[in-house]
Design a protein around this ligand. Structure first.
Ligand code: CP3
Length: 343
C-alpha cells in the first residue's frame, strides 16, 4: 500500500505511527492569504461560487503546511440555496436564510435534480483541485447531513439549541419529513457530482446531531446519513466516506458500522483513549484535538497532540481537530502541531 496516499491508507484500515493530518476549516480567516483572497472575491458566498478563487483558498493551507488532505472550499448551506432558499451572511453573526415553517414553504422549493445548475461552480472547483493538488494530497468533498441543514432552513439561522427544528419535527412531522427527504435526495446528487468531478473521499457534517436523543437520533441523524452513504456506495463502491455526527456522545458507539461509513470523526467531548477502545474497533477514527489549543499553543498543544496520536496509533486514525480551527488561531501553532505529530 506504500504508493497509496496516506489518508486513503488510514481509510482502508491501516494503523500508522504517524497518522495523516488535516484540520477542519483549514482554509479560513486565521490565514492572511485567505483574508486577502476573500477580500478580492467580495463576500464569502462570492468566494464559494468562484471556482478559481475557491480552488486557490483550498490550496493555500496545502502550500503553507503540507497537510495530507485538502477539503473543497464551499459551505453546507449551498444546498438550501440551490433548493431555492435565500441565503446571506451577516458579518460577525453568521448565516441567514429564508425560513421553511409549513407545507406552503416546502411547495416553493425545487426538486433534488434541479440543484446542479446552481452548484455547477462547485463541481468546477473540484475539477481544478483534482488537477492542481500535489499527488500525495487527498481531495475531500463534503455536504451537511440532512438534520443539520434542516435546522438552518427551518430557523433561518444558527440556533444554540435547534429549538425551531425540534418544534417542527414534533408539531408538523409531515412537513419536517418532506424537508428531510428533499435535503437527503439533493445531497446524494450533490455528492455524486463532487465524486464524478474528482473528490476522492466525502465527509458528511452533522454538526447538530448531538441535540437529537434516543430514537430521534436514530431517525434523523443515523437513518438519513445511512441512506446517503448507501446510495453513494452503490454508485461508487470504492468511495471512502467520513461521518461526523458531532456531540453524539454514547451514540458514537457503533455509528460508523450502522451507517456504513469508513471513518467516524469525533468531537472533543470524548476522550481519545475511550475512542480507541470503543470506536476504533469499527475502523478509522478522525479527531479530536481541542481547537482552543491552536490559539494558545505552547507545551500544552504539543503534549495533547502526542497524547491523542499515541492513544489512537493501535488502529487507523486521521489526526484532526474536534471542530473547526477558529479565526483567532495562530498559523505558527499549525507548524508546532505538525512537528509534534510527525517528529
Ligand atoms: O473546512 C474547510 O476548510 C472547508 C470549507 C467549509 C466551510 N464551512 C467554510 C466556511 C466547511 C466544510 C464548512 C462546513 C460548515 N458550514 C458547517 C459544518 C461544520 C461546523 O462548523 O460545524 C456549518 C455548520 C456551516 C455553516 C456556516 N458557514 C456557519 C455557521 C458559518 C458562520 C460561522 C463562521 O465560522 O463564520 C459559515 C461561514 C464559513 N464557512 C466560513 C468558512 C471559511 C467563514 C466565512 C468567512 O470567510 O467569513
Amino acid at each position: 500500500m506504500a504508493d497509496k496516499k496516506k489518508l486513503l491508507r488510514s481509510l482502508a484500515g491501516e494503523a500508522m505511527d504517524v497518522p495523516p493530518v488535516w484540520l477542519m476549516r483549514q482554509a479560513g480567516r486565521y490565514l492572511p492569504e485567505y483574508r486577502a483572497t476573500r477580500a478580492q472575491a467580495g463576500d464569502f458566498l462570492s468566494l464559494c461560487y468562484n471556482p478559481e478563487l475557491a480552488a486557490e483558498v483550498t490550496l493555500q493551507p496545502i502550500r503553507r503546511f503540507g497537510f495530507d488532505a485538502a477539503i473543497l472550499f464551499a459551505d453546507i448551506l449551498l444546498i438550501p440555496e440551490a433548493l431555492g432558499a435565500d441565503l446571506w451572511f451577516v458579518t460577525g453573526e453568521g448565516p441567514r436564510l429564508s425560513t421553511i415553517t409549513d407545507a406552503s414553504g416546502m411547495a416553493r422549493l425545487k426538486t433534488a435534480d434541479d440543484v446542479h445548475a446552481h452548484l455547477n461552480p462547485i463541481y468546477e472547483t473540484v475539477k481544478i483541485l483534482a488537477e492542481e493538488l500535489p499527488k500525495e494530497t487527498t481531495l475531500i468533498g463534503f455536504a451537511g447531513a440532512p438534520w443539520t441543514v434542516a435546522t438552518y432552513m427551518i430557523a433561518g439561522r444558527g440556533t444554540p439549541d435547534q429549538a425551531p427544528a425540534h418544534k417542527l419535527r414534533e408539531g408538523d412531522p409531515a412537513t419536517f419529513d418532506a424537508l428531510m427527504d428533499l435535503i437527503t435526495a439533493a445531497t446524494i446528487e450533490y455528492l455524486d457530482m463532487q465524486v464524478k468531478a474528482g473528490a476522492e473521499v466525502v465527509k458528511i457534517f452533522d454538526s447538530w446531531a448531538g441535540s437529537l436523543k434516543g430514537e430521534a437520533f436514530d431517525k434523523y441523524a443515523l437513518a438519513p446519513t445511512k441512506r446517503i452513504i448507501g446510495e453513494l456506495k452503490s454508485r461508487h463502491p470504492d468511495l471512502p466516506i467520513i461521518a461526523f455526527p458531532r456531540e453524539a456522545g454514547e451514540k458514537y458507539v457503533g455509528f460508523s458500522k450502522a451507517v456504513g461509513a469508513d471513518c467516524l470523526a469525533i468531537d472533543t467531548s470524548v476522550d481519545a483513549t475511550w475512542a480507541a477502545e470503543n470506536l476504533q474497533v469499527d475502523g478509522c477514527v478522525q479527531g479530536n484535538l481541542d481547537p482552543k489549543l491552536m490559539v494558545t499553543g505552547g507545551n500544552a498543544l504539543v503534549t495533547e497532540a502526542k497524547r491523542i496520536r499515541d492513544a489512537l496509533k493501535g488502529g487507523p486514525h486521521i489526526f484532526n481537530l474536534g471542530h473547526g480551527i477558529t479565526p483567532d488561531a495562530d498559523p505558527e501553532n499549525v507548524h508546532v502541531l505538525l512537528d509534534a505529530i510527525r517528529n
